[in-house]
Design a protein around this ligand. Structure first.
Ligand code: ADP
Ligand code: MG
Length: 821
């Protein structure tokens, strides 16, 4: 015999009820079945609302009541379009009874807890009647009012079950049932009755409990709780998208989980099962073939893969009640009185913390019970409060997060550390942390508004084998596009290394596309083109703030000062920045220092290896040398791809201007080639290297030789620039010839030495490393303490879209290696 319980979430619409009936009819083929049902989804709340409105003389209770009437009549019409006289009459009788009670309340203008219980019993009575009538079309079925089965004390709204009488009543009913034809009893969940016949309820959402009471009384082979999720998850799936199903839970784990807020199970569910070995299964009415979660001690022992943490739960609406005793007070006896007082008032204390100074006790209590607790304490400690020997304070708006698992006790210190680390990094304040008395959980108290974030982060740090980095690309130009291509091509290989890159934003100067689930990189161009959203940093940051866990990196692939001006906005949100854009690194010194300290303060990484030498590891090698304690005497190099090309190819046979034109054709120059010839790009790179070495330098401290003849330097680019430049060919040629005569070559060289930085055209001996450059290579030499006789040389393509994009990509991987998860 099996008990199947269907919660409100499975009974939201007539269509859902049909699906429920299919499930029941499928099961009854294997074994006899008893069904327990809740009210239709939302009806219990509407009934309580009705009662409250009626008691306050508010006529709107009639509207709410009419809504309830319609809901049930509609269900009858859909489920039983014909032959529905009996069920319509039974329903109308119940509704009539309900309306009379509501009228009584609105006349009296008061509602007792007993009346609340009576009114809320209608939800289950209406739904069980209708479901029984519908099922009866396919299989003999009987409506059972659980008030004839479940006998309770008179603690209304939270009644205690009198098990002896209850078990007898249930067994007697079932025996009687067996003597008749095989039939399915459809039993109301949630409600019971006192010995003297008054209606009671077992606590909000307690139909799960009704099912286990009945299942235990009848020694059911199994009890199934059917709901709207596939089983018990590692965290509430509506808050933590990465949550996954737990196939097996021990009874103790399940008890702890339900007590600490996992809504999928009512905390009382396990009371009847403690000395019965009845397996409990949580299943999904939307996905009936899925095996669900099995809660059973026997099965769990077979579970090979044991993990310390099984699930993470949260309880909301917690207030911390802070009690302090002062002076000559006998603290231990006073504390004893405090607990006695609260226990007498039936206050449920979730956590107890001893604070410092040691006369402080901090209690986590549900917000709803605070007025009662306050009143009880005020009454008991009236004198002490008057004489200021005792004080009570409250800290509302708290949530308790509990991490639960049988194996927790072995690892508790480790786990506490892990949680602090996960939360501290994103500035979530932990107001209290405690290992539960059962040793099966570690709980912490945080501000409620940080709950979802904290749940996600803790979940990730305990369960995720993946490192996830969310990326937003600003500037989808040539480098940005190449980077996206690289990310797309590498994504499978990265997944194998347990790395997930999620590109969640792409912008150009006009538009943007945002999607925190990840943008399809197959066709991002079309998506961006079609986007109606204009590029807006505020909106972008707002979307990024929806990311609950995982690190975020902004990749700035622009050459824009205005993007740099917004870096602090990203840093404040703890978004790391990766960029080939040199503008940030050449800001005036005070601004640059400020920006760098912002990165530090917010624990953000700023990775910009492509600022010098594109993909070449120039900055990374410099960092390495410095971190090894090496002394840098001199850095000398060819740092501009364009200028490298020009002097590698200018041999006097073709004019300097013609060679420049070739470079332009090869896409190697800026739109205005005077920018390349100005040497400023080399100057900026020198400044970046200098600052890396700790020099307090400004761009104006770098001597930069401008190769553009004075006459051609104006603001606008001369229309016939290449012809005009040809007029100066004699000067270039003289310089070249003179060098050649001395056995030297011409190179545009950047040098850092003795705290001075110069970028200029130089004659270099033809056997010097810098003379060996070809194509548009960069070459850089480090003369250091360790590399004194022969300098360390790095040589290779130091410009170009592909190299730069690859360099940015390696910064992304470097960032991932720096992040712990
Ligand atoms: P029913 O109406 O069937 O009793 P409930 O709404 O009471 O359903 O419980 C199911 C809901 O519990 C799920 O939709 C889910 O959002 C929530 N929930 C909270 N924590 C968990 C968890 N750890 N595992 C599964 N569901 C959870
Ligand atoms: Mg429930």
């Amino acid at each position: 015999m099996r008990v199947m319980k269907f919660g409100g979430s499975s009974l939201a619409t007539p269509e859902r009820i049909q699906a429920v009936a299919d499930i029941i009819l499928e099961n009854v083929k294997d074994e006899t079945v008893a069904v327990v049902v809740s009210a239709f989804q939302g009806v219990s709340n509407q009934l309580l609302e009705c009662a409250k409105l009626a008691a306050s003389g508010d006529k709107r209770h009639e509207e709410v009541y009419q809504g309830i009437v319609k809901r049930h009549h509609d269900a009858i019409q859909t489920l039983l379009p014909a032959n529905n006289e009996a069920i319509t009459q039974a329903t109308n009788e119940l509704l009539q009874e309900l309306t009379e009670i509501l009228q009584g309340i609105s006349l009296l203008k008061e509602v007792t807890v007993g009346a609340y219980d009576h009114i809320s019993s209608f939800g289950e009575r209406l739904s069980a009647n209708i479901i029984a009538a519908y099922l009866n079309k396919y299989y003999p079925t009987e409506y059972v009012d659980s008030r004839s089965l479940i006998i309770t004390d008179d603690n209304h709204m939270h009644a205690g079950v009198l098990f002896e009488q209850t078990n007898v009543a249930i067994q007697r009913y079932y025996d009687d049932c067996q003597t008749r034809q095989p039939l399915i009893p459809v039993i109301t969940g949630y409600i019971g009755k006192t010995v003297d016949g008054r209606t009671t309820t077992l606590g909000r959402n307690s139909s799960d409990y009704s099912a286990t009471i009945i299942g235990a009384a009848l020694d059911a082979s199994r009890i199934e709780i059917w709901t709207d999720v596939d089983g018990v998850y590692s965290a509430d799936p509506s808050l933590v998208s990465a949550a996954f199903i737990i196939p097996h839970l021990s009874l103790d784990e399940a008890i702890e989980l339900s007590y600490y807020g996992a809504k999928v199970l009512h905390p009382s569910t396990f009371i009847p099962l403690t000395d019965k070995k009845i397996p409990l299964v949580i299943k999904n009415t939307f996905n009936p073939t899925y095996p669900g979660t099995l809660i059973s001690d026997m099965e769990v022992n077979r579970d090979k893969k044991k993990t310390a943490a099984k699930s993470i739960t949260a309880i909301d609406d917690i207030t911390l009640l802070i009690w302090r005793g002062f002076g000559e007070l006998d603290v231990s006896s006073t504390i004893e009185r405090l607990f006695k007082t609260l226990s007498a008032a039936s206050i449920n204390i979730f956590l107890v913390l001893e604070g410092s100074p040691k006369h402080t006790i901090c209690l986590a209590i549900s917000r709803h019970e605070i007025p009662l607790a306050r009143k009880a304490i005020q009454r008991e400690f009236n004198l002490e409060l008057q004489h200021e020997l005792v004080s009570i304070d409250e800290q509302p708006g708290q949530s308790i997060i509990a991490i639960i698992g049988d194996e927790m006790k072995m690892l508790a210190p480790d786990i506490a550390g892990k949680m602090f680390q996960a939360l501290g990094k994103v500035q979530i304040n932990v107001n209290a942390i405690i290992q539960g008395a059962s040793e099966r959980n570690v709980s912490l108290v945080i501000d409620s508004h940080q709950k979802t974030r904290a749940l996600n982060l803790i979940h990730q740090s305990f369960f995720s084998e993946f490192k996830t980095l969310f990326i937003v690309l600003i500037g989808a130009g040539r480098i940005g596009s190449a980077l996206l291509q690289e990310i797309r091509e590498q994504s499978m290989a990265l997944l194998q290394r347990k790395i997930k890159l999620v590109v969640c934003g792409i912008t150009n100067s006009r538009k943007m596309i945002l999607n925190i689930d990840g943008i399809d990189l197959e066709n991002w161009q079309q998506l961006l083109e079609a986007s109606s959203e204009s590029f807006d940093t505020t909106q972008l940051l707002k979307t990024l703030s929806q990311i609950q866990c995982g690190n975020i990196a902004m990749v700035d692939c622009t050459a824009s000062d205005s993007v740099v001006a917004n870096y602090p906005l990203f840093i404040q949100k703890r978004i790391h920045i990766i960029t080939p854009n040199k503008r940030a690194n050449v800001l005036p010194l005070t601004q640059w220092n400020k920006l760098m300290s912002q990165f530090k303060r917010h624990h953000c990484y700023f990775l910009c290896r492509t600022n010098v030498g594109a993909g070449l590891p120039i900055l990374t090698v410099l960092e390495d040398l410095l971190s090894c304690g090496d002394t840098i005497y001199k850095i000398e190099g060819i740092l501009s791809g364009t200028l490298s090309y020009l002097f590698n190819h200018y041999d006097g046979k073709r004019s300097f201007s013609e060679v420049l034109k070739d470079a332009e054709k090869l896409n190697m120059t800026e739109p205005d080639p005077r920018e390349d010839l100005s040497g400023m790009d080399v100057g900026r790179k020198l400044l970046i290297l200098a600052r890396k070495m700790g020099w307090s330098a400004e761009l104006s401290d770098v001597y930069v030789q401008n190769l553009v003849p004075e006459a051609l330097r104006g603001k606008d680019k001369p229309t016939h620039f290449f012809e005009d430049l040809n007029h100066f060919e004699a000067e270039f040629k003289d310089r070249l010839r003179a060098a050649h005569q001395r056995g030297n070559v011409l190179r545009y060289v950047g040098t850092l030495e003795n705290q001075t930085a110069t970028a200029e055209l130089k004659e270099i001996p033809s056997n010097h490393p810098l003379a060996l450059s070809v194509h548009s290579d960069n070459i850089i030499t480090f003369t250091t303490g360790h590399y004194h006789e022969t300098p360390l040389v790095i040589r290779g393509p130091g410009a170009g879209v592909e190299c730069t994009a690859l360099g940015v990509f390696s910064d992304i991987l470097k960032l991932l290696s720096k992040l712990s998860h």
